[in-house]
Design a protein around this ligand. Structure first.
Ligand code: BGC
Length: 753
């Protein structure tokens, strides 16, 4: 499998490189910062994060109205273990001094680690080869390993390595970008820092307001040639290694860094020491082998083969990054930037359920289940949030959050995005349809569906036999607080139907008694869900033959996007929100997304016309947009456009086309890129009647392929110029729909058309 390789060190791309090469495993993530540090003129965010490890900060408002959240959670930059300084005699190694003779930074996606290989000449002419390898273990989630190898190339002499653990860390901020925190803050306070048990650097830090604890324990393996000294200066623990190194002979230190937090562990201190001591017994190669095995299994079912090296590299990178970002413990999810940066403060959004979840559902349903468990576990918070927002019943998921309470300080494009609640329900329904796991629905899913349906009953109102939803914001954040946002009404319609339907299924299996009792559900209520779903208003504009984004959208002023200078994009950084709200301009797919998710709610003609209409007025200022346009383009059969939107989605991070990858990778788009192929090109839909495939090939492509799990079967899909081939790789025979026809895929059988 290809790797990601950078062959030149460009200070101007330092932030990008830190994000792209971050090392993560769904629990912890460390940005790829230079071990030796960078000069003040180089953009760098020295950061490490633990998924769902947060502190609380005040939100300040000029005018605070009722129900605005007073505080928000924010991800915390954790104890820094990246520091390794190298001295050749008295000369300190740095990329900004001496000469870089060779620079290679490479991420191996099939082996699960990254390596930096540098040949450096010091100002006095001494040459050293430095090889740094970093890995966040996928089998021991608390463990991050940094191996630092030095080879004197043209000299023998003194080599000193200073490896540090630093407790005083700060979060990054940018006052001008709403996608980042406004002010730099330090949230972690060091409570204890010392060397214990034969050279383990042990640091206990706690968050100021959430009162969470984090233990960081670091132990080094190192070459015999080294003498070692331990130094404590304030909250910095430094282990100093000195050797008289020989020309061409490598010396190394290997830093085993273990993080254990109190959100998930009752005795984090004991656990951190136990894990670091156990890990230390094994050389890094041992973890590398395990890592590779883990990844072999992952790639076996997850890899999507696409056309062309560049796209394949992006696809591999996206899927690998999703695996490294996804929380799998029911108390964490996928942050908008994964664990690679502080953009959006480590919050979880609808990104997970609509963009990322489909990938895990089809390739790793166990992880998909954990993502749903996160939403189930914060259901009490969603109930609380609904009350704050004025709803007497039901549950409303907070727009952006870690623990479940609202963190959005700007409600028009925050709390008003009620669609998230329907997005969550959509993910539960998709999970049920794809796995058939009725026990899960009985224990968890039904409760979420009922409570979210109650929310829609409360927020919608009935008039002349139809149900309407007023004053909400849909996915498009350039159009806020509107009536009958089409997307929102679609997710509400589905949510209400499935709350009714799941109870019918549970009742047929006699599994409904407990939940009826617990939630006091009556037949009348279930019927009211069904009625509201049937009668949910979905707009249609007769004159244009398209779907209006909401009741007022089509009567707003139009603007010609080509008249706006390029440097004014993204518009959100250059135009007042009200100006944007008054115009027919979209930040991202809204109707376009709704049409591909709910294709049976309308006809193809309307989809085609709507696509063409919204395409002209969409800026794609959000990274969640191009991929959605690609999926709908496939649906309406415009494979040229499907390909072109897919290509824009593919390049967002690796080519930094949104110019902000330095703040972190775009995880939703990575899921979206997968969806371009699977839902788009292959036309995969999971519906009540079963699995639908409608594969098409974009122009000039020879083919693509992927596998998927569906109802405990493993099926491979391969599309070539002449054939589509489906194979049942594992499991019982299954019926599915290919180009609309029902077919039966039998024992290890292959169906080719
Ligand atoms: C998008 C949202 C998204 C958020 C986090 C915003 O720019 O408009 O749809 O949820 O980013 O990725």
């Amino acid at each position: 499998m290809r790797s990601i390789l950078v062959k030149e060190y460009l200070p101007s791309k330092n932030g990008w490189e830190e994000s792209i090469f971050h090392t993560a495993n769904g629990y912890l993530g460390i940005r790829s910062c230079s071990e030796e540090g960078v000069g003040d003129d180089v953009f760098s965010v020295l950061g490490g994060y633990i998924n769902g490890f947060y502190d609380i900060k005040d939100i300040s408002y000029g005018e605070k109205l009722y129900g605005f959240p007073e505080t928000a959670q924010t991800t915390v930059n954790i104890t820094d273990v990246q520091g390794v300084k190298l001295f050749i005699g008295d000369e300190e190694y740095s990329l900004s001094s001496g000469k870089i003779l060779k620079y290679e930074h490479e991420l191996f996606m099939d082996r699960g680690y990254q390596e930096k290989r540098i040949l450096w000449r010091s100002p006095s002419g001494k040459e050293v080869y430095i090889c740094v390898c970093r890995m966040a273990s996928l089998v021991q989630k608390h463990l991050f390993i940094l191996n630092y190898k030095v080879v004197p190339v043209n000299f023998s002499g003194k080599v000193t390595i200073k490896s540090s653990v630093v407790g005083d860390v700060e979060n990054f901020a940018s006052a001008d970008d709403p996608r980042l925190a406004g002010e730099a803050q330090s949230y972690l306070v060091v409570d204890e820092a010392d060397f214990v048990d034969d050279g383990i650097s042990l640091m206990l830090s706690s968050t100021k307001r959430s009162k969470l604890q984090l233990y960081c324990a670091v132990k080094h393996r190192y070459s015999k040639a080294f003498d070692v000294e331990y130094k404590k200066e304030g909250n910095v623990l430094t282990t100093v290694f000195t050797a008289s190194a020989k020309q061409d002979k490598a010396v190394f230190i290997c830093k085993y860094c273990v993080f254990v937090d109190s959100r998930r562990n009752d005795n984090p201190k004991e656990k951190s020491l136990e894990i670091v001591k156990e890990a230390f017994l094994h050389p890094i190669e041992c973890f590398m082998n395990k890592q590779q095995k883990y990844l072999e299994k992952f790639w076996d079912t997850s890899r999507v083969i696409v056309e062309g090296k560049k796209l394949q590299r992006s696809m591999d990178y996206g899927l690998y990054s999703l695996l490294c970002s996804v929380g799998r413990d029911g108390i964490s999810s996928v942050c908008a930037k994964g664990l690679s940066g502080e953009g959006y403060e480590g919050h979880y959004f609808w990104d997970t359920e609509i963009y990322i979840f489909p990938f895990f559902l089809l390739t790793n349903p166990e992880i998909a289940k954990e993502l749903l468990m996160y939403r189930y576990n914060i259901l009490p918070k969603a109930r609380e949030h609904a009350r704050i927002m004025g709803h007497d019943s039901g549950a409303l998921y907070a727009w952006r959050s870690i623990t479940g309470s609202e963190c959005s300080a700007y409600y028009p494009s925050g709390s008003a995005q009620y669609h998230l609640t329907g997005d969550v329900s959509h993910a539960f329904v998709q999970y049920y349809l794809a796995t058939g796991n009725i026990e899960f629905m009985q224990k968890y899913g039904a409760e979420v569906l009922i409570e979210t349906a109650r929310l829609w009953m409360d927020v919608s109102h009935e008039k002349d036999g139809n149900f309407y939803i007023d004053s909400v914001t849909g996915p498009d954040e350039y159009t806020c607080i509107v009536d009958n946002n089409y997307y929102t009404n679609c997710v509400a319609k589905e949510n209400l139907y499935w709350a009714y339907k799941i109870m019918e299924i549970l009742s047929e299996k006699d599994l409904d008694k407990d939940i009826i009792k617990m939630l006091k559900i009556s037949d009348k209520e279930l019927k009211s869900f069904k009625k509201a779903s049937d009668k949910m208003y979905l707009g249609y504009d007769e004159k244009l033959g398209i779907t209006p984004q909401d009741d007022s959208f089509l009567s707003k002023a139009k603007i010609d996007l080509s008249s706006i200078p390029e440097d004014k994009f993204p518009l959100l950084l250059n135009y007042h929100p009200l100006w944007l709200y008054r115009h027919q301009v979209c930040k991202q797919a809204d109707v376009v997304l709704a049409h591909s998710m709910f294709e049976d709610y309308t006809d193809k003609k309307t989809m085609e016309k709507s696509f063409l209409y919204y395409e002209k007025i969409t800026t794609h200022d959000s990274s969640l947009s191009s991929c959605a346009h690609s999926v709908l383009a496939s649906k309406i059969g415009d494979m040229k456009k499907a390909l072109s939107y897919m290509e824009s989605s593919a390049l967002i991070d690796l080519e930094d086309t949104h110019n902000n990858t330095r703040d972190g990778i775009h995880t939703a788009n990575m899921g979206g890129f997968y969806n371009c192929i699977v839902q788009g090109f292959a036309g995969l839909r999971i519906k009540e009647e079963g699995l639908y495939l409608n594969p098409q090939l974009p122009p000039k492509w020879d083919g693509y392929s992927f596998s998927l799990y569906f109802q405990e079967r493993l099926v491979s899909v391969k599309m070539t110029k002449k054939h589509v081939t489906l194979r049942l790789l594992d499991g019982e025979p299954i019926n599915l729909f290919l180009f609309g026809d029902k077919i039966k895929l039998k024992d290890k059988e292959r169906i080719s058309l």
